[in-house]
Design a protein. Structure first.
Ligand code: MN
Length: 289
């Protein structure tokens, strides 16, 4: 077990805390990217507005703790997302999307996650799904929402390509024991508060706001001890066997594939690969590779 601080990054004019990928930890199951955005005040002129940009070879999972974001994409989807709901976008060979928060002023806080697609799906069709209701579990000293996968007998309706798990746990003071799968590797991101996570025998490792606790695999349960409230995101999955090449918004396998995706995006408007997003905000140019 080891604890790591998330690193600051800038996305759409907003400072975010990036917990994954990090040096020495590229993936947890197929989870390959975790950005904690906010909490930050959004006004009509200032906040998260991310113009059209492309993705390949991944699902994006958007989960809000506060506020609202309008999602539009090149499939024609237009969807406002609020806390308790999940947006799951599948890129496959290519999709483009935009995200706007400035139309809904207030406090914005959320977690943007990417899930790598395996070889057999990563060049497949794109898709978008909005899940307005997800299973909510009683965790004794709080509740857990199953975003993806299955936890404590409850299954999320979200469809992904590999066996993974994502649970948002909103906890008060108290202790609980979470059942884990020994064949999964796990990590816990702390969005607020603090918790000691470990086993009754050896005690817990403390994870605080803005930190990721790497749990590894081979565990059948873990004890979660919260002294004074915590918001935790449990991520897990079967170790992802394929080495990834992540460049900008592309999850591919080689530099050559990243160059091909970049030049397709350079032709935004003419590119069949990524299509067009119907939004007033300007597209984001790809950085040079
Ligand atoms: Mn995106």
């Amino acid at each position: 077990m080891s604890v790591h601080d998330a690193k600051a990054a800038t996305v759409g004019g907003m400072t975010v805390r990036r917990a994954l990928p990090r040096r020495g930890l590229r993936t947890v199951g197929a989870w390959c990217f975790v950005d904690h955005m906010g909490p930050e005040k959004i006004t009509p002129t200032q906040g998260l507005d991310v113009g059209p940009h492309p993705h390949t070879g991944l699902h994006t999972a958007t989960w809000l703790l506060d506020g609202a974001i309008l999602h539009t994409d090149s499939l024609g989807s237009e969807q406002l997302i609020r806390p308790g709901q999940l947006n799951l976008m599948t890129a496959g060979h290519g999709i483009a999307h935009a995200e706007e928060a400035s139309r809904t002023p207030g406090t914005l806080q959320g977690i943007q996650l990417w899930i790598a697609q395996p070889e057999e799906a990563r060049n497949g069709p794109s898709a978008f799904a909005h899940h307005a209701q997800l299973p909510v579990l009683d965790l004794t000293h709080g509740q857990g929402t199953v975003l993806v996968g299955e936890f404590a007998g409850a299954s999320s309706p979200a469809c992904v390509d590999t066996a993974i798990l994502g649970v948002d746990a909103d906890l008060r003071r108290g202790t609980s024991v979470w059942e884990l799968r020994p064949d999964f590797e796990y990590a816990v991101y702390c969005a607020s508060g603090a918790a000691a996570i470990g086993t009754a025998a050896i005690g817990g490792e403390v994870v605080r706001e803005g930190q990721l606790l790497e749990l590894g695999s081979g565990r059948s349960e873990v004890t979660v001890d919260v002294p004074d409230g915590a918001r935790l995101l449990l991520l897990g999955g079967e170790p992802f066997p394929e080495p990834l090449f992540m460049w900008w918004n592309f999850v591919v396998r080689s530099r050559e594939e990243a160059i091909a995706a970049t030049s397709a995006w350079d032709n935004y408007g003419d590119s069949e690969r990524f299509g067009r997003v119907h939004t007033a905000i300007a597209p984001i140019p790809a950085p040079r590779i």
